[in-house]
Design a protein around this ligand. Structure first.
Ligand code: 5AD
Length: 350
């Protein structure tokens, strides 16, 4: 009984102030049973109150898997053996964006590896064409960029930009990202809103070397960055990468509690149920929609390319139906929720 009261008190404080110290967050991550349910329902109620019952749809196009980066966890890292590399043509990207428009998504997410062969000018051109043709909101997820590049992309019509910080332990960041520093990554993330882009970031939950304290610090960092969108997912060991033999967390509930706490600390952020949750567990994205997420991002990459964008195992086997929209709609309605075709801009802009 006393424990329950303690749980309620820490949670109430978290909801009221939006923050807590590392130890308190670790304490919440360790909660089980009824206490754990309390965390999920607090996150769910907050989501319903602020975002309603509707799930926003954002359609993803993975337009190039060519990558100059060599992130140790990633299945399409520069050094990954046996990856067939592709870069979609502007005509292919346009066709895919139109499909996304017809599938009632309000946003197209253009994602790629760090592919300098696809120049910023070419990217700007394609953004322009998509805006002209479809009127969709455009989100970019194309790696770390300079401030000038961000301005150019913003001027071309980009609305939002996603760049995960992956982990806020700068030493660990350095180890797993051979060509990049944490400081540069964060500088780019902080530039996003300064140049007028809606800012998205997040981290991988349970990277090798992360304990509950690390996760608690990462959760706190999502709040410190003041984000419009927060995308997080479990780290999934990927074959053929230096981290292929690492393991998932023993206790899978940590992944969901992490998402719930992120929601409680960032009530207004748009939070997607990310694809990696479906790799963790069949129907895993549904679980995240029950504890704080309000966004679903179906993958519209053409089938012939999708299999080559395997960041981690299981990734390319999601959203393979011939009618992605109907499948997603049914999936969401089965949970008593409905899909929204609204653009879903950052709530701070409303
Ligand atoms: N497991 C989970 N997520 C991964 N990502 C890359 N590789 C993996 C993996 N093995 C995530 C990173 C990156 C996003 C595009 O995909 O967080 O930012």
């Amino acid at each position: 009984q006393l424990h329950m009261i303690e749980s309620i008190e820490t949670l109430a404080k978290l909801i009221e102030t939006g923050t807590a110290d590392v130890e308190e967050i670790v304490g919440l991550l360790e909660k089980r049973d009824a206490h754990q349910q309390l965390i999920y329902s607090a996150a769910r109620e907050l989501t319903d109150t602020i975002h309603g019952n509707k799930i926003l749809l954002r359609g993803i196009i993975e337009f190039s898997n060519i990558c100059q980066s060599d992130c140790l966890y990633c299945g399409i890292r520069a050094g990954a053996p046996g990856v067939r590399r592709y870069r979609m043509t502007p005509a292919e990207i346009m066709a895919c964006a139109r499909e996304i428009k017809h599938s009632h998504c309000g946003t197209v997410v253009l994602q790629s590896g760090v592919d300098d062969g696809f120049t910023v000018q070419q990217l700007a051109e394609i953004i322009h064409r998509i805006k002209d043709d479809t009127g969709l909101a455009v989100t970019l997820s194309v790696g770390t960029r300079t401030r000038d590049e961000l301005i150019l992309l913003r001027e071309a019509g980009a609305d939002r930009f996603l760049l995960r910080f992956e982990t806020c332990n700068s030493e660990n960041f350095r180890k797993i990202h051979p060509f990049e520093s944490f400081e540069c990554r964060v500088a780019c993330i902080r530039n996003l809103s300064k140049v007028g882009l809606q800012a998205g970031s997040g981290f991988m939950i349970g990277l090798p070397g992360a304990d509950l304290k690390t996760i608690a610090r990462d959760i706190l960092f999502t709040r410190e960055l003041n984000l419009d969108m927060i995308g997080c997912g479990p780290f999934i060991p990927s074959p053929g990468t230096p981290l292929s033999n690492e393991s998932l967390l023993n206790d899978l509930s940590i992944y969901y509690k992490t998402m719930a706490l992120i929601r409680i600390m960032n009530p207004y952020a748009h939070i997607p149920a990310t694809t990696a949750f479906d790799s963790l567990l069949d129907g895993g994205r549904d679980e995240v929609l029950k504890c704080g997420a309000n966004v679903f991002m179906p993958n519209f990459t053409p089938p012939k390319y999708k299999a080559c964008y395997n960041l981690y195992p299981g990734k390319s086997s999601v959203d393979t139906s011939t009618d992605i929209y109907q499948t997603v709609k049914q999936r969401i309605e089965k949970m008593g929720r409905s899909v929204s075709s609204e653009v879903g801009h950052a709530l701070r802009l409303k």
